[in-house]
Design a protein around this ligand. Structure first.
Ligand SMILES: O=C(O)CCC(=O)C(=O)O
Ligand SMILES: [Fe+2]
Length: 247
């Protein structure tokens, strides 16, 4: 299994609750900084938009997202929204990117998706949702499973770079987002990876004659460049682009 859930209590729930309410406040502001951040350029450290490359995607999805680099915070925090004022609370080498997603009620939820099937480029992703919608592909059964919304629970899933590090012992989790017609759903995804130009490669201890290396090395920047020239919604996946032929 490439994922697990952490159920939080007490102080942790307060902090998470605050993050969720400041995310909701951002999407409810009439004068939020969206125009300033709107961009189709995937190399920008702060971006506001809908799908993966706003305005350029062939397929649009039913989500609004504020995506920003988050760690190391001293490099990025000055670019975050000023509004609401409690948005930029400080959260240490490695990168952290946060995707704050908003899915408004959809009149025909069965006709669209919030996000198409994909895996995250990260080592791990930690995710919080305020309403169910996240689904995970059970590779053995070939079926989608709903991740329940438990108050204060965090979903942790394996991303592409952990698959590379483990030479495929851990597989990155394929997930998608379904919609509902009743209420706005907010999710906060925190993606953790090595530094921008640090290459993730398979652990040498896991490679020998019987277990050849299955993946090419890559960095976060390599992923961003992949995203700039590939359509995730059309099934192009970063992890597949890293697989060596013996895989
Ligand atoms: O909204 C969700 O639950 C998932 C968001 C997601 O998969 C992402 O931002 O990469
Ligand atoms: Fe994701």
């Amino acid at each position: 299994m490439g994922f697990f859930q952490i159920v939080n209590h007490g102080i942790c729930q307060l902090v998470l609750g605050e993050a969720m309410s400041s995310a909701s406040n951002f999407f409810n502001l009439p004068n939020r900084d969206e125009v300033k951040f709107m961009s189709s350029d995937v190399h920008k450290p702060v971006r506001y938009g809908t799908s993966f490359k706003d305005g350029v995607d062939k397929v649009q999805f039913w989500r609004i997202v504020l995506k920003h680099y988050a760690h190391p915070s001293e490099d990025w925090i000055h670019m975050w929204p000023d509004n609401p004022s409690n948005y930029s609370n400080k959260m240490e080498d490695g990168m952290q990117v946060m995707a704050v997603n908003c899915y408004h009620p959809c009149p025909q939820p069965e006709m669209a998706l919030g996000l198409p099937p994909h895996s995250d480029y990260s080592c791990i992703t930690i995710l919080q949702q305020n309403y169910p919608g996240l689904e995970i592909m059970d590779m053995e059964e070939g079926m989608w499973g709903t991740v329940p919304e438990l108050e204060g629970a965090l979903q942790v899933h394996v991303g592409d770079h952990l698959e590379v590090l483990s030479n495929g012992l851990y597989k990155s989790v394929v997930h998608r987002v379904t919609l509902n017609s009743e209420r706005t759903r907010i999710s906060i995804a925190s993606l953790h990876s090595l530094g921008m130009d640090e290459k993730m490669e398979t652990a040498k201890e896991l490679v020998d004659e019987q277990h050849p290396k299955k993946y090419k090395e890559s960095s976060f920047r390599d992923f961003v460049n992949f995203l700039a020239t590939n359509e995730i919604a059309e099934g192009n996946s970063f992890i597949n682009s890293l697989k060596i032929n013996n895989n």
